[in-house]
Design a binder for this molecule. Structure first.
Ligand SMILES: C[S@@+](CC[C@H](N)C(=O)[O-])C[C@H]1O[C@@H](n2cnc3c(N)ncnc32)[C@H](O)[C@@H]1O
Length: 355
């Protein structure tokens, strides 16, 4: 019997240059920072938000940043270069347990479908080899699993290998050195044109050893007074609520988060999940006590708790403080993105490509 023919996919390529990235929903660039740290080159980025784009430009000199609604965005329209990877942390309010949970019944949820639309406008060989998507874990379960199924179907129809086991469900404080209680879902799809299968597998859960997680005390500066604006005036409603919660709480050095109508002590040496509405009102703001009073975490502390480096020069001067908190709360945690980037960089270097 003749030996069966084996179709060889010659590894005619091994990536010696830095893999390139285009960022959709780029925000201030948490995803981009992590990928850059892992050796990727950020070629272009796009977001609808003016402050996000201005901050991104300030941080990634030389990257083309397009301020545009994704609904009007196209690679051809702006003559953008083909890239190896699309990174897209698309809006999560419609999928979050803390949000409206309307999924694809919410116009903000359907924004996701702009990603396959943008891909469909590209010839197969111009499509990115990998798609890296980021959102909330509830995306997997919402609508009794139908949200994720729709995402799967849509990505596959765009010519990508993608399944549930191409997703990485990450607990930031367990898998990076960042002491923030933040859970996120990263989804990795691989182009059928370039790969014979999806080479991405999430890393085995590798809880960070206790001594590798940074201590909150390394980030929160209680030895100097923060900006006056960060302190709550005494005897106001919120001051009294938080001060009472601190008296009842288990530790004065913990972070206390103001929820809509109550205060929650965050235990376990962690910061609660940082959210975009931190800067714009009472809801979700993390507070601490120091020798000068009760204050919210500073912008610098929040930036470190999202994994940003060079925190003193993160924003252009024109960005107001409220917006800095919002942009930081919206960001992808840099350290988680770096870890994903390291795995995907390895895939691009080592997996044989079909074309
Ligand atoms: C979760 S944040 C993204 C965080 C960002 N990927 C990062 O790496 O830090 C979602 C982003 O989607 C942007 N966005 C929301 N609606 C949009 C639209 N219609 N077109 C383009 N961007 C939009 C928001 O301005 C926000 O920056």
């Amino acid at each position: 019997m003749p030996a069966p023919k084996i179709r060889r996919t010659t590894p005619h390529f091994s990536m010696t240059r830095a893999p390139t990235v285009g960022c959709l929903f780029s925000g201030m660039g948490g995803f981009a920072s992590g990928l850059q740290e892992a050796g990727f080159k950020i070629v272009w980025a796009s977001d609808i938000d003016a402050d996000a784009c201005e901050t991104f430009r300030h941080r990634f000199k030389g990257t083309r940043v397009i301020q545009e609604s994704v609904q009007h965005f196209s690679v051809q329209k702006y003559h953008l270069a083909s890239v190896d990877v699309f990174a897209a942390g698309f809006p999560c309010q419609s999928f979050s347990q803390a949000g409206n949970r309307r999924g694809f019944n919410d116009p903000k949820g359907t924004i996701f479908f702009e990603i396959p639309r943008i891909l469909s406008e590209l010839a197969e060989h111009q499509r990115p080899r990998l798609l890296l998507l980021e959102n909330v874990p509830h995306l997997l379960y919402g609508g009794q699993g139908s949200w994720f199924q729709q995402i799967c179907n849509s990505i596959r129809r765009s010519g990508y290998w993608f399944r549930r086991d191409s997703c990485w469900l990450v607990k930031v404080h367990q898998e990076t050195s960042i002491p923030q209680d933040r859970q996120r879902l990263f989804m990795v799809a691989a182009s059928r044109h370039h790969f014979s299968f999806n080479p991405y597998h999430p890393p085995p859960s590798r809880p960070t050893k206790k001594n590798k997680t940074q201590s909150l005390n390394e980030i929160i500066d209680r030895s100097h007074p923060a900006s006056t604006n960060d302190y709550l005036p005494k005897n106001t409603k919120y001051y009294n609520m938080i001060s009472q919660a601190m008296l009842r709480g288990t530790s004065r050095s913990n972070i206390y988060q103001l929820r809509r109508s109550y205060v929650r002590e965050k235990k376990g040496g962690l910061c609660p999940t940082l959210t975009a509405n931190m800067g714009t009102g009472g809801h979700n703001v993390p507070f601490i006590r120091d020798s000068w009073g009760i204050r919210r975490l500073s912008v610098t502390e929040v930036a470190q708790l999202q994994g940003f480096a060079n925190v003193e020069n993160l924003f252009p001067e024109s960005i107001p403080t409220t917006q800095r908190y919002r942009l930081l709360g919206n960001a992808v945690c840099v350290n988680a993105a770096t870890r994903l980037g390291e795995d995907c960089g390895r895939i691009l270097r080592e997996t044989p490509w079909k074309a």
